[in-house]
Design a protein around this ligand. Structure first.
Ligand SMILES: Cc1cc2nc3c(=O)[nH]c(=O)nc-3n(C[C@H](O)[C@H](O)[C@H](O)COP(=O)(O)OP(=O)(O)OC[C@H]3O[C@@H](n4cnc5c(N)ncnc54)[C@H](O)[C@@H]3O)c2cc1C
Length: 441
């Protein structure tokens, strides 16, 4: 008999929690160029590679493989871009979360290990947008802003790294006055301007890439949650009404899948929420973001914002909240946004939505295998727009037998937290409180 979960079960972790966030309330869903309607998986199919999940990781992997001639099937529980890839801040940020830990593990300098890999995802996006004519409002320009003196030191270190790596785009440190001119607020004491980073409409990018993959022969199934993976030399991906047998499987469900408990126990689901205001008058745009930059603060419980193509302020922040009630998100975000921009205190807010980010404790993106033929790729800690695109290429290499870059990540053992699968929610709540306090120091 079906029974409703108790309050404790809901707070701790209701098994369906990850699948309950709606997509309909997002600005991106409302302004998407193309609504996909791929048929569900029915009957027994075969492929060279079966990818589970049609977010950036899954679609990017499929597209890289298709470009090399592989026959790929992608099985998606909901719709293309339904997860974090179609809901995020759209900020294209160079750098790989956890890269310092990887370099430390190897006993090397981070620059010697990663160099231009840190922005390789941008180049892949840039190239795909051009090659496949994807309309996703791609713009360049990004500000890492500093709130405290210690953030200024971090920015200086980042500047030196970019200089050492001969970063091929404009970058420079801004004074407090220049930062005020570019952000329209006194909240920041300096910033690093990076014209190689940028921003885009993530759902339009994801769907554009899915269409590109389709044009190269990739088969995509929507509304087809995978229930099981039968491992072996020919692994089989099983849904309620069909299956795909392949030479290799790539699990790309990130923070949304429940398939392998082992993979859930090494990564925490952290929610982040975004609002989109009504379109702003030209004079407000000129005040708060005249260069049309993506802006991100340095806190762990961070605020990130930018303008959309139609000049709304898309304002995102992490909240210690697991629901998806637009009214709650609007109220809390309005308060945060008005602290920076009092002139927006009464502005209309047209959209509010949230999504889940996969955060490994050591921040190192998790690329690995659960069997010789079943790969996984997850956990980018809020740097996913760039890194998923790099990861897709690395996964395609690994499937094809080249594992040099794959091993950079796969050889770093993830931190396993006992009980994390079941108790992730209270653990995240406590972790967020800890980091909120740390941010204030
Ligand atoms: C609100 C928010 C803001 C963010 N802002 C930024 C930002 O500004 N910049 C940045 O770089 N990163 C940002 N991120 C992070 C970034 O969006 C993610 O790292 C990235 O999109 C992860 O892509 P993915 O393909 O791995 O996962 P997802 O996009 O989550 O895709 C996983 C897919 O797998 C599917 N799936 C799950 N289980 C199954 C199953 N059993 N069977 C079939 N399919 C399944 C899901 O339905 C989903 O579509 C943000 C994330 C959020 C949530």
């Amino acid at each position: 008999m079906h029974r409703s979960p108790t309050f404790f079960e809901i707070w701790v972790r209701h098994p369906d929690m990850m699948q309950t966030q709606k997509h309909t309330g997002s600005y991106y869903a409302a302004t998407v160029n193309d609504v996909t309607d791929f048929a569900p998986l029915l009957g027994a199919k075969t492929a060279d590679v079966c990818v589970i999940g049609a977010g950036f990781t899954g679609i990017s992997t499929a597209l890289h493989l298709a470009e090399r001639g592989y026959n790929v099937h992608v099985v998606e529980a909901n719709k293309v871009g339904w997860g974090a890839s179609g809901r995020n801040g759209g900020q294209m940020i160079s750098g790989i979360a956890g890269e310092n830990n990887i370099a430390k593990h190897l006993g090397k300098d981070v620059e010697d290990v990663f160099g231009e890999l840190r922005w390789a995802g941008h180049e892949i996006i840039r190239e795909r947008v051009a090659t496949y004519g994807i309309q996703c409002d791609l713009k360049f320009g990004y500000l890492d802003v500093a709130i405290k003196n210690r953030h200024l030191r971090d920015i200086e270190a980042d500047y030196e790294r970019l200089e050492k790596a001969r970063f091929p785009h404009e970058f420079r440190i801004l004074s407090k006055d220049e930062t005020r001119e570019m952000t329209g607020t006194d909240a920041y004491i300096g910033a690093l301007l990076n014209m190689g980073n940028g921003h885009l409409h993530p759902l339009n990018l994801c769907i554009g890439e899915a269409r590109a993959a389709q044009s190269l022969g990739v088969t995509i199934y929507e509304q087809s949650p995978v229930r099981d993976i039968e491992k072996g030399s020919k692994p089989k991906v099983v849904t309620q009404r069909g299956s795909v047998t392949a030479d290799a499987v790539v699990i790309a469900g990130n923070a949304y899948h429940e398939l392998e408990h082992k993979l859930r126990g090494i990564m925490f689901p952290v929610n982040s929420f975004i609002i989109a205001t009504e379109p702003l008058p030209d004079e407000t745009v000129a005040q708060i973001n005249p260069r049309d930059l993506a802006i991100c603060d340095p806190n762990f419980v961070l605020e990130y914002f930018r303008l959309s193509a139609d000049k709304r302020l898309l304002f995102g922040a992490r909240l210690n909240y697991f629901g998806d009630d637009p009214q709650v998100i609007m109220t809390r975000h309005r308060r945060k946004m008005s602290r920076l921009y009092p002139q927006l205190a009464d502005i209309g807010i047209d959209y509010a939505w949230g999504g889940t980010i996969g955060v490994p404790l050591n921040r190192v993106p998790q690329l690995g295998r659960i069997s010789p033929t079943v790969f996984y790729c997850q956990g980018y800690s809020g740097h996913g727009v760039n890194v998923t695109h790099l990861a897709g290429r690395i996964m395609a290499d690994a499937v094809a037998g080249t594992v040099e870059q794959f091993d950079l990540f796969a050889n770093v053992k993830p931190i396993v937290v006992p009980g994390a699968h079941w108790f992730s929610k209270p653990m995240v709540t406590l972790g967020m409180l800890y980091y909120q306090i740390k941010d204030r120091l």
